[in-house]
Design a protein around this ligand. Structure first.
Ligand SMILES: Nc1ncnc2c1ncn2[C@@H]1O[C@H](COP(=O)(O)OP(=O)(O)OP(=O)(O)O)[C@@H](O)[C@H]1O
Ligand SMILES: [Mg+2]
Length: 258
């Protein structure tokens, strides 16, 4: 059963949704991500985080929502080459300004953020710069891939909390829905590197690997999503050239709870 709604209670006022356009995901979220939410996309290496967030932006751009990808770990040029292998991508989206790729290391360089550890003032400057870019480009969808890499340069839990709260508030005020990629190790239950990130965000989508009859399969689970009821079941996903495909996880021949 979907969590978050009690029988007999009047229906809550529904928040406007950001329709992800990703197969199956909007159904398990009751129509999409509540608009303006900041959502952690957490998972260990190779679990499909970048693929999911790229598809989220492309599907949004196709729906007329301007989208911005802030890349920290991979050069945009390389990402674009990978993106071109997906059938749902049209280069026209970039030419029309619907989809923009920016490299965060270049932003650091422009701002003169060359220290290994950012000061509180520098963290403030980074928040204002990202929020300013989002406003200037009028984006409704933003991805930071990865939040973890930025946190490595903030280091202190208190400052990470401050960075995330201020960024989340600024982007919410602009009606921008944000996906923040969180790189985690294989240890079960872990959602972020510093352990504070998942408490601040409005939602957490967890990607992972699991074994079924000797095969390693990819799985996705919504751990939390403020502003909507949602399934907490685990879904099997496949990353294909036509995009992410999702199906309920069959456990011992039974359909997983959805
Ligand atoms: N064009 C594609 N078509 C089909 N599958 C793909 C394609 N591109 C990537 N994949 C699959 O997706 C997997 C995971 O890719 P992705 O880069 O999204 O993971 P990630 O979680 O972001 O990894 P990392 O933590 O290293 O950044 C790849 O190992 C590959 O199996
Ligand atoms: Mg990645």
């Amino acid at each position: 059963m979907a969590s978050g709604s009690n029988p007999g209670e009047p229906p809550a006022v529904l928040r406007d949704r950001c329709v992800t356009g990703i197969h199956g995901l909007d159904d398990i979220l009751g129509g999409g991500i509540p608009r303006g939410n900041s959502v952690l996309v957490a998972g260990s290496v190779g679990t499909g985080k970048t693929t999911l967030v790229l598809e989220f932006l492309v599907r949004g751009a196709e729906r007329g929502e301007r989208s911005l990808y802030l890349s920290v770990t991979e050069a945009s040029e390389k990402l674009l080459q990978n993106l071109a292998t997906f059938e749902f991508f049209r280069p026209g989206l970039i030419e029309q300004g619907m989809l923009t790729f920016l490299d965060v290391p270049l932003i650091y360089e422009k701002l003169g953020l060359d220290r290994e550890e950012m000061t509180p003032e520098e963290v403030g400057l980074l928040v204002r710069t990202i929020a300013g870019l989002a406003a200037e480009l009028k984006v409704q969808r933003l991805v930071l891939d990865s939040l973890t890499s930025v946190c490595y340069r903030i280091r202190e839990a208190e400052r990470i909390r401050d960075f995330m709260l201020r960024l989340g508030q600024a982007l919410f005020a602009q009606g921008c829905t944000t996906l923040l990629v969180s790189e985690v190790g294989e240890s079960p239950g872990r959602l972020s590197l510093y352990g504070v990130e998942e408490a601040i965000v409005d939602g957490v989508i967890l990607l992972g690997n699991t074994r079924r009859q000797g095969d390693i399969i990819r799985v996705l689970q919504i751990v939390k999503m403020r502003g909507t009821s949602h399934s907490r079941a685990q879904y099997v996903i496949e990353l294909t050239p036509i995009g992410l495909l999702m199906a309920p996880h069959l456990k011992g021949g039974r359909m997983a709870e959805a």
